[in-house]
Design a binder for this molecule. Structure first.
Ligand code: GLN
Length: 547
């Protein structure tokens, strides 16, 4: 019999429900429980795959090819366990299921309504992970903020589930903000009181309050919150601002969040969670030996959430190497042949990011050219690899009009082209090459040395591919296919062996980097950046001694 934890948010969005859920999941797992986390998003898109990254940040892709909310990335990075389509549900998906059933006649004769049909479908999905796997605990995070019109069916579903299953099998955690008013030098509890009232109006009494705050909660504030929100004083949990999200599990452990949750669920608290490896990671992260600078060239840089997994992968990889990676977000539209040198000066590595459409492509081409010619470590991810291929075709192979058919359908040299099976597809949702595919590495490649094995599996999200008609020409001139899909022969990795570190990957390695298992490509790219820094220092010393 599984137990259910529901996490809602109040007062404002962006309080970090995903991090709190992940941290709690991590602690419960460390106490020996089998835990799953899922996210319910109240928007009407069937999945976030068709959303612009400016809307909700990066679209995270699971092994089974689901396009999901970026919080699933946190779940995987913290818990070190893969998620799937079942871990992310949207209102659109819920309605789609109910409407399809209605068309099939499943509700024949009945009026189909939000209550009970939509709320029943939400409850079915809330329990799906647990019914299909034997999880001890399923944490369900509800997107948005209590009080939103869109959240109401979810709150009603939680209320009904709690009523059906009882209070020791389900608990409600409410994440809220305790603002600090500078003028009166006080923490304020009123917004939380209102938010809890809103929850109560929906029939949900929170069991635990997790309070985001920039100042420590005094005993008095905790007492006030407990009294007015009707929770135990030890269930008022402080979640103070910390410099890194990876500190949150430790803070939550210090506040006994896991213990309180387990006692409310009438589960054995067992021994203290073993967080030794996690703490070692934190120690290393906080004490880097040096800093390397990496440029992330992309077009959604105004919103760093658009590159969330890449950002986190660098934290993991930097920590392993005991360096701090200073990630410089550079807008590809701001780059051109004249300013490229000054804009990328001092970078020890250049990463060209994934993306869609032609905006900013010229700047990305300049960035790759600069990295290739100046022999600075280069890492191209998805579109970043495709840009590497186009740049090589234009500037090394002399095919000046080479392009991807995504940018120029009529290019005479379509070095990146639509896959055959993509050509007839017109609908946009969920139709890309998605999810994990195998790749066989060439034993002579850099990638093979990095992964240390021949067969790998990585996650994809793209429509276009390297055009194998050009492969021979590329290989003859120094750019090699280091990994190909064994079934379809599609090129997955391109390398320039005669370069200190030039790796372009068609897949998204950032989606598989976790705290406990940093991704080898990121780890080695950071290593290459450290070597580049050493080379720069040697060069400047030589210049100094000559002059
Ligand atoms: N736009 C490219 C494609 O569809 C690359 C996608 C990506 O970078 N995720 O193939």
């Amino acid at each position: 019999m599984s137990k259910y934890i529901f996490v809602t948010g109040g007062v404002t969005s962006s309080l970090g429900k995903g991090i709190i859920s992940s941290s709690l999941g991590k602690l419960l797992k460390a106490r020996g429980y089998k835990v799953a986390i899922q996210k319910f998003d109240p928007y009407i898109n069937v999945d976030p795959g068709t959303l612009n990254p400016y809307e909700h940040g990066e679209c995270y892709v699971t092994e089974d090819g689901a396009e999901t909310d970026l919080d699933l990335g946190h779940y995987e990075r913290f818990l070190d366990e893969p998620t799937s389509q079942a871990n992310n549900v949207t209102t659109g998906r819920v309605y789609q299921t109910v409407i399809n059933k209605e068309r099939q006649g499943d509700y024949l004769g009945k009026t189909v309504q939000v209550v009970p049909h939509i709320t029943d479908e939400i409850q079915r999905r809330m329990r799906l992970l647990a019914t299909e796997n034997d999880y001890d605990i399923v944490i369900t995070e509800i997107g948005g903020t209590v009080g939103d019109i869109e959240s109401q069916p979810y709150l009603e579903a939680i209320r009904q589930l709690r009523w059906k299953l009882g209070s020791s099998d389900t608990i409600s955690i409410h994440l809220t903000l305790i603002p600090y008013l500078k003028a009166s030098e006080e923490l304020k509890t009123k917004p939380t009181q209102h938010s809890v009232k809103e929850l109560l109006e929906n029939g949900i009494q929170p069991d635990v309050l997790v309070c985001r705050t920039e100042k420590h909660l005094t005993k008095e504030i905790r007492r006030k919150l407990a009294l007015f929100c009707n929770v135990n004083i030890n269930a008022v949990i402080e979640s103070i601002d910390v410099p890194s999200i990876y500190e949150v599990p430790i803070r939550m452990m210090e506040e006994n969040l896991d213990k309180i949750v387990l006692s409310k669920l009438k589960l054995n608290a067992g021994s203290r969670p073993d967080m030794t490896r996690w703490k070692d990671f934190l120690e290393k992260m906080k004490h880097p030996h040096e800093e390397v600078e990496i440029a992330l060239v992309g077009k959604y840089v105004e919103l760093p959430d658009a590159y969330k997994s890449i950002h986190e992968s660098f934290i993991h990889a930097g920590t392993v190497n005991q360096v701090k990676v200073k990630l410089n977000y550079i807008h590809s539209e701001s780059l051109n042949a004249r300013n490229i040198k000054s804009k990328l000066k001092g970078m020890h590595g250049i990463l060209v990011a994934p993306g869609f459409g032609h905006r900013g492509v010229d700047g990305k081409l300049e960035a790759v050219r600069f990295a290739r010619e100046s022999r600075i470590p280069f890492f191209g991810i998805c579109l970043g690899m495709q840009i590497g291929v186009i740049e090589f075709a234009r500037n090394v192979l002399g095919l000046k009009e080479a392009n991807s058919t995504e940018m120029d359908e009529l290019t005479p040299y379509p070095v990146i082209d639509l896959m055959e099976e993509q050509k007839s597809i017109t609908v946009k949702g969920g139709t890309m090459r998605l999810g994990a595919y195998s790749c066989r590495l060439d034993k002579k490649s850099r990638a093979y040395g990095i992964y240390g094995k021949e067969m790998i599996r990585e996650r994809h999200r793209h429509r276009y591919e390297f055009n194998n008609d050009f492969l021979e020409l590329f290989e003859k001139n120094g750019m090699k296919a280091a990994g190909v899909n064994p079934d379809s022969n599609l090129v997955e990795i391109m390398e320039i062996p005669d370069h200190p570190w030039y790796v372009g990957v068609q897949f998204h390695p950032e989606l598989k980097s976790t705290v406990m298992h940093p991704h080898p490509l990121f780890v080695h790219f950071v290593k290459a950046a450290i070597l580049q820094k050493e080379r720069n220092t040697e060069d400047s010393q030589k210049v100094a001694s000559v002059s």
